[in-house]
Design a protein around this ligand. Structure first.
Ligand SMILES: [Zn+2]
Length: 342
């Protein structure tokens, strides 16, 4: 057995280790389910062909076979985007409002979508931390391998603690039904839907390449933003949501998006760039991906790789340019909780 095969085994073991992340979880959470982070029937089902979608396969063995690149893989809608992060009772009761209704949007609905994004990220990050920790005592580690694991553990611990800080804020707000504390901007489209996603990130640079917050600052908490697609009455929407505790970087991120569109750049390109650069939880319509030019496919894969490769040097202006002209989404309506927007 090698370190990398044990790493994979440990990763899989942690993925299967379910627990309920609901804010009221406890001893009564007895039936942990494989919960969808992207809705199965109203989202994955809408873009599925033959019951399947494409998701990027970024596990190490697959990437090794493809020159270190993540590649799209056909996944059944029952498995796509799932994580063992909720018990059946809590998943059904908490997300009923969004699973059974199109996004209007209301603050309660966007808060629930955002909570699901945060919980999935929490699950993934906690697993990564515990995988690395369990390999730290691997018997035949070389000094160099031990150093890599130690620095990866430190990085994951920091990332996880930062996320945990926000999960607690979300837990409190949702448990007290304080949905007013959430802000959002939703872009609605009637264009064909070819991509589903749900993700969170700590915004570091804006759409002009200007710094929003310093990820290296260990003293102050960082703001976090969620983004996700959702079904609406007229079609679907691309949504950006955050809690008021993250107002500053999120306001500035959206202001830079507005400036970029005012300067003549296309909104759909910017949102697609954000999707591919800041999230690895996607599902694509198979025929849409297959119809893309090879150059477009390779540009998307390079973006996703930047996100996965911890040693990759990401330029400050990664949200400013790239991936233009690949999606053909027309946005017809904008909804927002922000008073100053029109
Ligand atoms: Zn539960």
């Amino acid at each position: 057995m090698s370190l990398s095969s044990d790493f994979l085994k440990e990763t899989k073991r942690n993925e299967c280790k379910g627990r309920c992340l609901h804010y009221e979880s406890g001893g009564h959470c007895d039936e942990i389910i494989s919960a969808h982070s992207i809705q199965k029937s109203n989202q994955l089902g809408v873009i599925a062909e033959g019951g399947h979608v494409y998701c990027f396969n970024s596990d190490l063995s697959s990437m090794r076979k493809h020159n270190g690149k993540p590649v799209p893989k056909k996944i059944g809608v029952n498995r796509a985007s799932t994580f063992s992060g909720f018990c059946k009772k809590h998943d059904n009761s908490l997300f009923k409002l969004i699973d059974d209704n199109p996004l209007r949007p209301s603050k309660e609905q966007v808060a629930l979508y955002a909570y699901r994004c945060i919980c999935r990220e929490f699950f993934v990050k906690q697993n990564a931390q515990s995988t690395i920790n369990s390999l730290a005592d691997y018997p035949s580690l070389t000094k160099a391998q031990r150093n890599i694991l130690q620095s990866a553990f430190a990085g994951h611990t920091l990332g996880f603690e930062r996320l945990n800080f926000h999960k607690k804020i979300y837990d409190r707000a949702l448990s007290e039904s304080r949905y007013d504390e959430f802000e959002y901007m939703a872009f609605e489209s009637k264009s064909p839907w070819n991509l589903q996603l749900s993700g969170v990130f700590f915004p570091d640079f804006d759409f002009q390449g200007d710094k929003l917050q310093n990820l290296g600052d260990l003293r102050s908490p960082l703001g976090i933003v969620s983004f996700f697609t959702a079904p609406t009455l007229r079609g679907w929407s691309f949504n950006i949501c955050w809690h008021q505790s993250s107002n500053e970087p999120c306001f500035n991120l959206l202001e830079s998006l507005r400036s970029s569109v005012s300067a003549g750049k296309k909104l759909q390109d910017a949102l697609f760039r954000l999707s591919m650069s800041c999230c690895e939880n996607h599902a694509f319509r198979i025929s849409w991906w297959d119809s893309l030019a090879e150059l477009a496919k390779s540009e998307i894969i390079s973006r996703v790789r930047l996100l996965i490769d911890l040693e990759a040097a990401i330029p400050d202006n990664y949200l400013e340019r790239g991936l233009e002209g690949i999606v053909d989404w027309e946005f017809e309506y904008v909804y927002t909780s922000l008073e100053e927007s029109t």
